[in-house]
Design a protein around this ligand. Structure first.
Ligand code: HEC
Length: 481
C-alpha cells in the first residue's frame, strides 16, 4: 500500500513539475523494475483487450494496434498513438485513463483496464516507448500483405454457400472464397481472401442465409479467435478473442443469431453473432471440444469432444441435459471429432477415432439404462483410420465421411436411409480432413493434407476437377524477387 502511494507521489510530482530532468530519472530502469517491454508486456495486453476492434481487417476509428508501427501511426484523429517520453500527451494513455468520474473511452463498451495495466502502458511510454519486437515476429500478414505460400496449406475446412455458388477454403491466416464452378487447375476462381489475425484456421461455415461466414482459429498457445465476415464485401464484422488456444468446430443457429464453437480448455461456447457477446458457456466435457451443432429450432446445442462423449445442452439455460452417446466404458473406442445435423430432423451424424460414422437421435425418449446406447439409430461400415469430417447432403438423403489413417485418406458416400455404400474415392491423395456436398448437385469437395481441393461425382466416385486453392510461389522464385 505504502509502495503504491509512493509511486503515485512520484508520478504526481512528474506531472506537476513537467521537468525533463525528472522524466529522464524516471526512465532509468531500477533494480526492482526492469524496463517495460513492448513485445512481452504491452503487445499481449493490447491484443487481449483492444485488437477485436483495432486490427488491419477491422480498424475502428481508423486505428490498428497489432504492430508497433501501426500503433505509432495512430488513427483517424491523425494523432500518433503515443509520444515517446510523454505519457500524458499520448493518445493511447488518454483513451484508457478515466476522465474524472467518467470511465475511460477505451476499451469501448467493456471493463476498463486495471490501474496497474494503465500504469504499465504509461511507464513504457515514459521509458521512451521502445520497440523490442524480434525481427522474426515482424513479418506482417494482413489484408494489404496477404500470405505468401511456398507450400500448399493443409486444408482443415471446406464449406459451400447455401446456394452452392461459393466454396470457402481454409488457408494460412485466411479463408479463401472460391467460385464453386471455376475451371480446373486455375486460380481464376478466387473471389475474396479473408485475411485475419489467426494463423491457424480450424473451421469456417456460411450463415444459413449465406451472407456471413463464421471462422474459428487462433495461434496455438497464444489466443483463440472467432471471426465473422460479411461475404459480399469481404469485411470483418466481428473478431472475438476467446481463451489462449485455437477454437474449433464452428456452427450457426438456424436463425443466424448465434455462433457456437469448441475450445481447447474443454468448454463449449456461443456468441451473439451481431454483438460478439458470449451467450452460452458449458464446461461439462473433460477434453477438447472439437465440434458443435444446434438443434433444428435452435433451442439446443450439441457438442462433441476428444473425451468420447456427445453432449446435449439447453441454450437458454446454459444447462447440460444429457450424454447422447453411451458413456459406458468400451462403448466408444476413441474421441469424437466431427458432428453434423440432418437438415430437417434432430438427428446427429458423428465421426471420430473409431472410424465408424453413426447417426443418433438428439433427444432420449426412454430412461437411460446403464450400458445402453439407446439413441443410436444407425452405424455405417467402418472406415480406415479416424474420421475427421462428416456431412449430410442438403436434402438429407446421403452422408459423406472423410478419414485419415497413417497419412492415407479415404472418402465414402452412403445412403442415409439404408446405410448402403454409394461410392468411395480420394484414397490416393493422403489424409482427408474435410468433405462437403455442394448443394443442389452431386458434387463433393475434398481437402486435406496435400492442400489440393478435389471435386468428385458422389454417384460414380470419379474426379471432376482439382485445383490449388492458394497462389503458390515456389521458394526459388520468391528468393529471386
Ligand atoms: C468494441 C470495440 C472497441 C474496443 C474493444 C476498443 N476500441 Fe478503441 N475505438 C473504437 C471505436 C468505434 C473508435 C472510434 C471512435 C469512437 O467511436 O469512439 C475507437 C477509437 C480509438 C482510438 C482513437 C483513434 C483515433 O485516432 O481517432 C484509440 C487511440 C483507441 N480507440 C484505443 C483503444 C485501446 C487502447 C483499446 C483497448 C484498451 C481499444 N481502443 C478498444 C472501438 C473499440
Amino acid at each position: 500500500m505504502r509502495f503504491l502511494r509512493l509511486v503515485t507521489l512520484v508520478f504526481g510530482l512528474g506531472i506537476v513539475m513537467a521537468d525533463a530532468q525528472l522524466r529522464a530519472e524516471e526512465a532509468k530502469p531500477t533494480a526492482e523494475k526492469p524496463p517495460v517491454s513492448f513485445y512481452r508486456d504491452i503487445r499481449p495486453l493490447l491484443q487481449d483487450r483492444c485488437q477485436g476492434c483495432h486490427q488491419p481487417a477491422k480498424a475502428l476509428g481508423g486505428f490498428s494496434l497489432t504492430s508497433y508501427a501501426a500503433l505509432k501511426k495512430g488513427g483517424e484523429s491523425e494523432q500518433p498513438g503515443f509520444e515517446p517520453g510523454k505519457p500524458d500527451d499520448s493518445e493511447l494513455v488518454l483513451q484508457i485513463t478515466p476522465r474524472g468520474t467518467e470511465p475511460p473511452a477505451m476499451p469501448k463498451g467493456a471493463a476498463a483496464l486495471k490501474p496497474d495495466q494503465v500504469e504499465l502502458v504509461r511507464r513504457w511510454i515514459a521509458e521512451g516507448a521502445k520497440d523490442d519486437t524480434p525481427d522474426a515476429a515482424e513479418i506482417v500478414v494482413d489484408r494489404e500483405h496477404p500470405p505468401v505460400y511456398n507450400v500448399p496449406p493443409v486444408i482443415t475446412s471446406l464449406d459451400y454457400s447455401p446456394d452452392g455458388t461459393l466454396l470457402a477454403v481454409s488457408g494460412y491466416h485466411e479463408v479463401l472464397l472460391h467460385r464453386a464452378d471455376a475451371a480446373s487447375g486455375e486460380l481464376n476462381g478466387i473471389v475474396a481472401r479473408l485475411v485475419g489475425l489467426s494463423e491457424r484456421i480450424e473451421s469456417a461455415r456460411f450463415s444459413p442465409d449465406g451472407k456471413r461466414l463464421a471462422v474459428t482459429g487462433g495461434s496455438p498457445g497464444r489466443f483463440g479467435e472467432i471471426q465473422i465476415w460479411d461475404v459480399a464485401g469481404g469485411n470483418l464484422q466481428q473478431s472475438v478473442l476467446v481463451t489462449y488456444d485455437t477454437l474449433y468446430g464452428v456452427s450457426w443457429s438456424g436463425d443466424g443469431a448465434k455462433v457456437a464453437f469448441g475450445c481447447g480448455d474443454n468448454t463449449c461456447r456461443a456468441i451473439d453473432a451481431a454483438t460478439g457477446k458470449q451467450v452460452f458457456f458449458q464446461g461439462a466435457h473433460n477434453d477438447w471440444v472439437l465440434d458443435t451443432v444446434f438443434s433444428v429450432d435452435g433451442s439446443h446445442l450439441v457438442s462433441v469432444s476428444r473425451d468420447r462423449s456427445m453432449k446435449l445442452n439447453e441454450v437458454a439455460t446454459e444447462r447440460f441435459v444429457d450424454n447422447i452417446t453411451s458413456i459406458t466404458p468400451g462403448a466408444l473406442k476413441g474421441g469424437l471429432i466431427t458432428v453434423d445435423r440432418h437438415p430437417t430432423k434432430d438427428e446427429l451424424l458423428i465421426g471420430g477415432a473409431d472410424g465408424v460414422p453413426k447417426i443418433y437421435q438428439m433427444h432420449r425418449t426412454k430412461a437411460r439404462q446403464i450400458g445402453d446406447d439407446f439413441n443410436l439409430i444407425r452405424a455405417f461400415e467402418g472406415m480406415p483410420g479416424r474420421i475427421f469430417s462428416v456431412r449430410y447432403s442438403d436434402d438429407g438423403a446421403r452422408i459423406v465421411a472423410g478419414s485419415s489413417n497413417d497419412g492415407q485418406g479415404e472418402v465414402r458416400v452412403y445412403n442415409e436411409a439404408d446405410a448402403k455404400l454409394v461410392s468411395r474415392f480420394a484414397s490416393e491423395h493422403g489424409a482427408v480432413y474435410s468433405t462437403v456436398f455442394r448443394p443442389h448437385t452431386n458434387e463433393v469437395a475434398v481437402g486435406g493434407f496435400d492442400g489440393m481441393v478435389r471435386i468428385y461425382d458422389a454417384n460414380s466416385g470419379s474426379m471432376i476437377r482439382e485445383f490449388m486453392p492458394v497462389p503458390l510461389v515456389p521458394a526459388v522464385q520468391q528468393a529471386a524477387k
